[in-house]
Design a protein around this ligand. Structure first.
Ligand code: SF4
Length: 567
């Protein structure tokens, strides 16, 4: 059972293989580049107006780290406060258990239809195809999710799932799938207002007639037992107020200690996600209120490997994520491939670290390598997740997994690395190989100075981009041959150095110039993420025990800790 085999890490091809068709699709690359450019520009403008942005990031990071270090305590507090307010909390240890709980709740309601607020967690557990196979019709109410659902497409971004689709494609999908009368379908234009009006008419009927809704949660507030959802279209507000029954599915990491913590989190989330000072709709609901809103309220708390991630000190910071998508918009790899290449509902840099951990590595081993490690993702992350650090750690785990496999001796990459190890060990070997490579590559270098096609392993490079031919002289040769009686220093102008890469746009991507790299439009030099002085998440997470099917922290150890601190 899989709605999106392409986005199921157990079935999806490895990243390099999945990325190829995306790289060869100029329309998709254009759509992704345009959309991410727009969001990045809006974000940069609003971040620039906050003089305390770095302090806000630090506060958000500390809040998330504190909540994770005391997760068991805050989850139990959330459960007791939510229950006291009339809600019911269910614990699901994995995707299958969460799906079954939700289906059972829908059966209790005799529901054959359900409306949904956008939730990545439901996509993670493949909820839609499960419900549809059980006879429950699912209607997405977020505009982008609706486009994806009607187009039988797959989400490619966690905030803007239809970012790879342009408006003329949306017009075609709506005209074909909304069941519009023929004359209305033909008259539909790709004007955003006309498309929004068509979606509004289509959805309004669902809001007024379907009595059961499913949502995700941006945050769970332990202090009050409340659920918080932010959105831009008002569809969430409709789902929260009109149905008789509301079911919220949330990962256990979404908890925040206090209502006041939203003061920080909402400031960084809106700016990072959509480039807004505040989301147009920010909704909270706490249990049930007689005569007002849903009269049956359920929260399904999903573990699905999150406890295992929490138990690993280096990777624990992954759970601080607030799903803003800023790391995707700035990532030079995501901006070239779009989201489908990641084979997961979580694409981009956060997907490259989250998916292998949710899927216990073996299903997503290529993802930690889907990064240039440039550090742009860390720079924009509002909760300071050091994604490159986690990527390197996961790469080490992949290497460790493969170390004992005899098949690696026949792997071309392994053989190449061993050869590089041998060559780089002695300067004379390195110089000799440079001379040989120059002679060999001359065979493939065209008159324009570029190599358009290479055989064997090299073909992977030239499949999607060209390679500049090697210069006649290496830097060392030029340096050794320069006139020594000159009083002036050798030129440091890169353009005057033979062999220095020239700067120009080629095959749709900037090459050679770090200043022009996507994700670094300002040309600022980034601090090395690997030498960051940011503290790691504090070790010493509370011990874990199983609670109603989910792993939670040890409340006793928390209260002991509090007592000690008070003394
Ligand atoms: S890792 Fe950071 S930047 Fe990326 S989605 Fe999560 S919170 Fe946003």
């Amino acid at each position: 059972m899989s709605l999106h085999p392409q986005l199921d890490p157990t079935l999806a091809p490895p990243f390099p293989q999945a990325a190829l068709p995306m790289l060869r699709n100029p329309q998709l690359r254009k759509n992704v580049a345009h959309a991410t450019d727009v969001i990045q520009a809006k974000r940069a403008k609003l971040v620039a107006e906050k003089t305390d942005w770095q302090q806000l990031r630090s506060a958000a990071s500390d809040l998330r780290a504190h909540a994770l270090e005391n997760l068991g305590f805050y989850l139990e507090q959330f459960e007791s406060r939510c229950t006291a307010a009339g809600g019911q909390v269910h614990w699901a240890s994995d995707a299958a258990e969460a799906r079954q709980i939700i289906l059972d709740l829908l059966k209790q309601e005799n529901a054959t239809e359900v409306i949904k607020i956008k939730t990545m967690t439901s996509a993670e557990i493949q909820l839609n195809p499960f419900l549809e196979s059980a006879g429950v019709a699912v209607f997405e109410t977020d505009l982008a999710e609706l486009i994806i659902q009607l187009g039988e497409d797959e989400p490619s971004h966690i905030v803007a799932p239809a970012l790879h689709v342009n408006r003329s494609q949306v017009r075609e999908i709506f005209a074909r799938r909304m069941g519009l009368p023929k004359n209305e379908a033909e008259a539909l234009t790709d004007d955003p207002e006309a498309l929004t009006a068509a979606a509004r008419t289509y959805l309004r009927h669902k809001f007024l007639t379907v009595p059961t809704a499913i949502s995700g949660a941006n945050f769970l507030i332990a202090e009050t037992g409340s659920v918080a959802v932010v959105e831009s279209e008002g569809n969430g507000r409709m789902c929260l107020t009109l149905p008789r029954t509301m079911i919220t599915l949330a990962g256990i990491e979404k908890v925040l200690p206090r209502f006041q913590d939203l003061e920080v989190m909402l400031q960084v989330l809106a700016r990072s996600a959509t480039g807004e000072r505040m989301n147009p709709y920010t909704s909270f609901w706490t249990g049930v209120t007689p005569g007002d809103g849903p009269q049956h309220f359920h929260v399904v708390l999903l573990d699905n490997q999150r406890s295992a991630i929490l138990a690993r000190p280096n990777e624990r910071q992954t759970l601080k994520c607030i799903r803003c998508g800023a790391c995707m918009n700035t990532c030079p790899v995501y901006r070239q491939t779009g989201g489908h290449a990641y084979g997961s509902v979580y694409p981009g840099p956060i997907g490259a670290i989250l998916t292998p951990q949710l899927m216990q590595m073996q299903h997503a081993q290529s993802l930690p390598y889907a990064s240039s490690l440039c550090g742009a993702c860390y720079e924009v992350c509002p909760v300071k997740i050091n994604i490159p650090e986690v990527l390197i750690d996961l790469r080490a785990q992949v290497v460790d997994q493969e170390r004992d496999q005899p098949a690696r001796f026949f792997d071309l990459m392994y053989i190449g690395m061993k050869a590089a190890d041998f060559i780089f060990a002695r300067p004379w070997r390195f110089h000799a190989s440079q001379r040989l490579a120059r002679i060999g590559l001359r065979l493939f270098t065209r008159r324009d100075g570029w190599i358009h096609s290479l055989p064997s392993l090299g073909a992977k490079w030239t499949q999607t981009r060209d390679l500049r031919g090697l210069p006649k002289q290496t830097f060392r040769e030029w340096y050794a041959a320069r006139p020594t009686n000159s009083t002036s220093s050798p030129s440091l102008d890169p353009e005057e150095m033979p062999g220095a890469p020239s700067m120009h746009r080629h095959s749709g991507a900037w090459v050679g110039d770090r200043k022009s790299q996507p994700g670094n439009p300002s040309g600022e030099t980034r601090p090395s993420v690997l030498s960051s002085s940011d503290p790691e998440p504090k070790p010493g997470a509370p011990s874990m025990h199983r609670h109603s099917g989910a792993w939670v922290g040890d409340r006793k150890s928390q209260s002991d800790k509090s007592k000690k601190e008070a003394q």
